[in-house]
Design a protein around this ligand. Structure first.
Ligand code: F6R
Length: 267
């Protein structure tokens, strides 16, 4: 970490504030590479939970560059992605499987059968079986060493959207099929090009699995995230802001922000 970053504790979580998004992405990539290294040393494999979206693109570019430079292998890494649109074909350029292929899987030596993304082609009658199986695979692998997260403008993590259920119910939510929140659908127009084309449902890893990760890295950059970051870190734990549930496992969470995303945190 360079001296340009500052680290503070908020609601029990570590918060690293970087001068810009590139520096924040580099710190996130460093943390993932360090987790891979230590998990390989202690258990011979590393289990990563990964996110998609605009925010982590530079993180994946950084990890791919480290791989090309010879310092980082994914041979013994197993990955589980947070979410996938439903229904969608994996070869659809808008699928998160395609996103991961473009940004990471095709650029590193991760064996194909160790890169797991929820399957948007499963018949609806079998979705429950598929999502339960996804949770079982993670558990059989010994749980996630690190979960990389982004935050939606409505506070979602994965596609666990704001909801009117209790904190206990949300914290127990398994991997499942969900309806996307209007804010999430509006933000997805960036990818789909047209509001009418946005796929309104998705498969998402549940909050239970996310909160069970041995380390959670939340990366948020840009001024559009400032308000929700402050609510999630400083506000009450509420299912109206799903990322606020990270406060319940605060000692395992590191927030990596750029200055614009940290702007409403106060001192
Ligand atoms: C993506 C995911 C979402 C995003 C969030 C932020 O796999 O789970 O929760 O992390 O919507 O997206 P961006 O980075 O595009 O602002």
């Amino acid at each position: 970490m360079s001296s340009a970053e500052r680290t503070v504790q908020i609601s029990g979580s570590t918060v690293i504030v970087c001068p810009n998004a590139e520096a924040a992405s580099r710190v996130a990539a460093e943390s993932i590479a360090a987790t891979i290294d230590s998990a390989l040393k202690s258990r011979g494999k590393a289990i990563l939970g990964l996110a998609t979206g605009a925010t982590p693109e530079v993180v994946y570019a950084n990890l791919a560059a480290r791989h090309r430079a010879g310092g980082l292998s994914f041979q013994k890494v197993v990955t589980y992605n947070l979410d996938e649109y439903y229904p969608i074909q994996p070869i659809d350029p808008l699928s998160y499987r395609s996103y991961m292929h473009r940004h990471l899987f095709s650029r590193v030596d991760l064996p194909a059968n160790q890169a797991h993304v929820l399957d948007g082609t499963v018949p609806e009658a079998f979705v429950r079986e598929h999502t339960a199986e996804f949770d079982r695979w993670i558990e059989a692998d010994g749980g996630l060493d690190l979960q990389l997260l982004g935050i939606g403008r409505n506070g979602h993590i994965g596609f666990n959207e704001p909801a009117e259920w209790s904190v206990a119910e949300a914290a127990a939510a398994p991997t499942r099929l969900v309806e996307l929140h209007p804010v999430t659908r509006a933000d997805a127009v960036r990818e789909f090009g047209d509001a009418a084309k946005v796929i309104p449902r998705a498969l998402t890893m549940g909050v239970k699995q996310i909160l069970s990760a041995r380390a959670i890295v939340m990366l948020a950059t840009g001024p559009r995230k400032a308000s929700i970051v402050a609510q999630a870190l400083r506000g009450p734990v509420t299912t109206a802001v799903p990322a606020s549930l990270l406060q319940t496992v605060a000692d395992r969470v590191v927030w990596i922000l750029d200055e614009p995303a940290a702007a409403e945190l106060g001192s």
